[in-house]
Design a protein around this ligand. Structure first.
Ligand code: DGL
Length: 269
């Protein structure tokens, strides 16, 4: 049986894309993963489309130069500006939008779907367009939640955390009032707030995590294209960041068990 032992690349503006890495490691424990977090330039979600595209291109090239076989742009913001761009589509690469929309459309019974993401992602309108193409007649209720990323970056994620719960109610009560039965967490940071989010919208609303769906898509793609690493040893995780490795380790500890993972500061110039 052929085996492709090259690593999988995952990138994000910061640490949020580690939610995709967590899912990838569950699904494909033998794969080596190289992660890049552009921590020196995070957040992307408040920047212009041109700037986000330029950054994304540099992130992507960095991983290609590391010899990855497939890349996940595990950043909702990057993914939303990538839609319709040829820059990435020629290569083996996915963003989070398509896999997430497919999962949400499958999960929704009443065709009322909420989308929360960064300002840039919501401004792009790509979730709404794709949901309506997939499920004609669907109603989409979108909300930019710019204060969620700093809450997560600072570890304000546990149920009972008063600032996080107040902000979540402010953002999410209008969506709940619309009767959504499915909510897309269109930013890779948001799954870290899922218990608080669920507490506001109710346990009957299915939460769809963009990082996890992109990881599942990548797994299926590798399988179908004969790109799986068939070796039986545990895969490695190598992390790169563009700001201090110590700060990265501190913030990432909220997301993932980094035991043994090597973290290196790199330059994208
Ligand atoms: N990673 C970004 C996303 O998923 C959130 C952080 C940022 O704004 O850069 O949209």
């Amino acid at each position: 049986m052929s085996s492709d032992n090259r690593p999988i690349g995952v990138f994000d503006s910061g640490i949020g894309g580690l939610t995709a890495v967590t899912e990838l490691r569950k699904l494909l424990p033998n794969e080596d993963i190289i992660y890049l977090g552009d921590t020196a330039r995070v957040p992307y979600g408040t920047k212009s489309r041109e700037t986000i595209l330029r950054y994304a291109e540099q992130d992507y090239r960095f991983l290609k130069n590391q010899g990855v076989k497939f890349t996940i742009a595990a950043c909702g913001t990057v993914s939303s500006v990538m839609v319709g761009e040829n820059a990435f589509s020629a290569d083996f690469c996915t963003g989070v939008i398509q896999p997430t929309v497919e999962a949400a459309c499958k999960a929704s019974k009443n065709k009322k779907i909420g989308v929360i993401a960064t300002s840039a992602s919501i401004r792009s309108g790509c979730y709404e367009r794709l949901i309506k193409q997939t499920v004609p007649g669907a109603e989409v209720f979108s909300k930019a939640c710019p204060m969620f990323v700093p809450l997560v970056e600072n570890g304000y994620t546990a149920p009972g955390c008063a600032p996080a719960e107040t902000i979540a109610r402010e953002y999410l009560e209008p969506l709940k009032a619309e009767g959504i039965d499915t909510l897309i967490l269109g930013c890779t940071h948001y799954p870290l707030l899922s218990r608080i989010i669920s507490g506001v919208v109710g346990s009957g609303v299915s939460l769809i995590s963009s990082g996890a769906e992109a990881a599942r898509y990548a797994g299926g793609f590798l399988e179908e294209n004969g790109l799986i690493n068939e070796s039986k040893r545990a895969g490695s995780l190598k992390l790169f960041c563009t700001d201090s490795a110590e700060l990265f380790r501190e913030s990432a500890a909220h997301f993932i068990d980094l035991d043994g993972a090597e973290i290196e500061k790199c330059s994208l110039d």
